[in-house]
Design a protein around this ligand. Structure first.
Ligand SMILES: *[C@@H]1O[C@H](CO)[C@@H](O)[C@H](O)[C@H]1NC(C)=O
Ligand SMILES: *[C@@H]1O[C@H](CO)[C@@H](O)[C@H](O)[C@H]1NC(C)=O
Ligand SMILES: *[C@@H]1O[C@H](CO)[C@@H](O)[C@H](O)[C@H]1NC(C)=O
Ligand SMILES: *[C@@H]1O[C@H](CO)[C@@H](O)[C@H](O)[C@H]1NC(C)=O
Ligand SMILES: *[C@@H]1O[C@H](CO)[C@@H](O)[C@H](O)[C@H]1NC(C)=O
Ligand SMILES: *[C@@H]1O[C@H](CO)[C@@H](O)[C@H](O)[C@H]1NC(C)=O
Ligand SMILES: *[C@@H]1O[C@H](CO)[C@@H](O)[C@H](O)[C@H]1NC(C)=O
Ligand SMILES: *[C@@H]1O[C@H](CO)[C@@H](O)[C@H](O)[C@H]1NC(C)=O
Ligand SMILES: *[C@@H]1O[C@H](CO)[C@@H](O)[C@H](O)[C@H]1NC(C)=O
Ligand SMILES: *[C@@H]1O[C@H](CO)[C@@H](O)[C@H](O)[C@H]1NC(C)=O
Ligand SMILES: *[C@@H]1O[C@H](CO)[C@@H](O)[C@H](O)[C@H]1NC(C)=O
Ligand SMILES: *[C@@H]1O[C@H](CO)[C@@H](O)[C@H](O)[C@H]1NC(C)=O
Length: 412
């Protein structure tokens, strides 16, 4: 079964689909001739689940897709539970299929390209408006394209095209984004400080009384963008943070000023438009030859690691704490309603996220996406958002952000 030859598989194809079988036949033949026999044979396993059948039928629709195609070695070294369970397999393969035409994009926007995959299993993805999960990739200084957020560095080794499907051969099976609680320890060098801070600040929620900011991000929000200061940023801001220790309102506002409430905004969308934080303050963005920057109040931070994907949102790691304790409740509420209505609008993923299908791109910092909507907060109808008026600090312990010793913040 593992190395099922292409012949019986292709014989299955007409039964699998009521649609254009030529497309699937061509695709599987191409995979087989590129030596991707494991992936090709997986099509038969997919056919045993409703989700898998839906995946095959979408792939054969004639629309444009990018398929991240793991090599046989990649499948051989992947955890066996991925291929032994047809339901898990359907989700895993769905995460390897990106909707849209990405032709010509990777060479014009080298930092991050983000696409919407076919993964919509609600156990694994809880984005606003039930959006499908995204995958992000980037060309690096080594000249290779790396898929981001992977436990093993995953590199595109070759790219071919079959009809409207672009096949990017990758050397690992891609990992579906995991929760904040799983993601943060996996990156404990840069995120240990914010981990401690977010677990120390309590917010009230509309549902369950109070919860740590961390738990709210981890499970309660469905759609958010959080600018996560790295550990050196938290250390550099230690005296400012400790001076706010007794002022719970200010601390709460500070962390809400790092959050876009209700909208998952990927880095290509973070230029050419401004957003409103969960505290109602403007977040403005600059993309230039030096890098990508976010400004809140009088602090500008550089985004040092964009697009850390989560099941329910996205993190962008920044190099400074946005020391802004201002609040504008009216703007926060208005951004919440706006994001709430944006989340209900249907979107079709026909191009990279953040780029209109017709964009002419000139390079990093080149033509920016057309702005539409104000970003902001809230997925009001569905829950999974912060209600600005109710998001008050309930209680903050003595050591709000780790342990304060000698007037300095000491990370726990
Ligand atoms: C594949 O799916 C089709 C349509 O549901 C079905 O007729 C066929 O028996 C399936 N084949 C296998 C091997 O599961
Ligand atoms: C890339 O794939 C094409 C088509 O399968 C093949 O001709 C070519 O040799 C491959 N290149 C590399 C570097 O593997
Ligand atoms: C590829 O896409 C084009 C434009 O959307 C469409 O006209 C064409 O039929 C598609 N090709 C296949 C093989 O479906
Ligand atoms: C597969 O097993 C590994 C441990 O071998 C575990 O970490 C992982 O969560 C499992 N994956 C799924 C989808 O169950
Ligand atoms: C969704 O994912 C969960 C966890 O992997 C799995 O148990 C379930 O069967 C999946 N549902 C579908 C429809 O594939
Ligand atoms: C994809 O985009 C490229 C470049 O913009 C274009 O040449 C090609 O026709 C498009 N393909 C489809 C199927 O739309
Ligand atoms: C996932 O997408 C497929 C294909 O578009 C659709 O049939 C299915 O209902 C969706 N599932 C969920 C949970 O939205
Ligand atoms: C707490 O911080 C807020 C916002 O910066 C400020 O308006 C308020 O005066 C501060 N309260 C105290 C007691 O310092
Ligand atoms: C974003 O905000 C900055 C600073 O307030 C402003 O200069 C810029 O014009 C705004 N950009 C857009 C697209 O509104
Ligand atoms: C890019 O913007 C940042 C933040 O505004 C600024 O510090 C930097 O000097 C700018 N770089 C260039 C090349 O303009
Ligand atoms: C893009 O990535 C390169 C290195 O990979 C880096 O030097 C450059 O600053 C990045 N540009 C932006 C706009 O982030
Ligand atoms: C930044 O703004 C805060 C008030 O929000 C103020 O206390 C601080 O002095 C300002 N810093 C600079 C460098 O302007």
């Amino acid at each position: 079964m593992r190395f099922l030859s292409a012949a019986p598989l292709l014989a299955l194809v007409p039964a699998v689909l009521g649609q254009d079988t030529t497309i699937l036949t061509d695709l599987l033949q191409s995979l087989t001739s590129s030596g991707l026999t494991r992936l090709s044979s997986i099509a038969a396993q997919l056919n045993s689940t409703t989700a898998g059948q839906s995946l095959l039928s979408q792939l054969s629709s004639g629309a444009s897709f990018v398929l991240f195609a793991p090599t046989d070695n990649a499948f051989n070294s992947a955890s066996s539970n991925i291929t032994s369970d047809a339901d898990i397999l359907s989700s895993v393969i769905a995460y390897h299929v990106v909707q849209g035409n990405f032709t010509g994009i990777s060479t014009t926007y080298p930092n991050t390209t983000v696409g919407r995959t076919l993964l919509n299993n609600s156990t694994l993805v809880q984005l606003e408006g039930n959006k499908n999960q995204a995958v992000a990739w980037a060309a690096r200084a080594d000249g290779k394209v790396h898929v981001l957020n992977q436990r093993n560095d995953s590199i595109v080794s070759n790219t071919t095209t079959v009809g409207n499907i672009t096949i990017n051969i990758v050397d690992h099976v891609l990992n579906i984004p995991q929760s904040l609680a799983v993601t943060v320890p996996a990156d404990n060098v840069s995120l240990a400080g914010i981990d401690t801070a977010l677990k120390s600040v309590q917010l009230s929620t509309n549902q369950s009384g109070s919860a740590a900011f961390f738990d709210i991000l981890n499970t309660q929000l469905h759609g958010f963008t959080f600018f996560a200061p790295n550990t050196s940023a938290i250390q550099a801001a230690a005296s400012s943070l400790s001076s706010l220790q007794s002022n719970t309102t200010a601390l709460q506002a500070l962390f809400q000023n790092h959050l876009i409430n209700g909208s998952t905004v990927y880095s290509p969308e973070l230029s050419g438009q401004n957003f409103t934080s969960a505290a109602g303050e403007p977040l403005s963005f600059v993309l230039n030859a030096t890098g990508h920057f976010v400004t809140s109040g009088n602090v500008t931070a550089q985004i040092v690691q964009p697009d850390v994907l989560l099941p329910n949102g996205v993190l962008h790691v920044i190099d400074r704490v946005l020391l802004n304790t201002q609040v504008d409740s009216g703007a926060a509420s208005s951004a919440a309603s706006s994001a709430s209505s944006v989340a209900t609008q249907s979107t079709s993923a026909t191009a990279p996220i953040g780029f209109p299908a017709t964009a002419t791109l000139t390079g990093p910092g080149g033509s920016a996406p057309a702005a539409s909507g104000s970003g902001g907060s809230g997925n009001a109808a569905a829950g999974g958002y912060l209600v600005p008026s109710m998001a008050q600090v309930v209680s903050v312990g003595v050591a709000v952000l780790g342990v304060v010793a000698g007037g300095r913040l000491v990370l726990a």
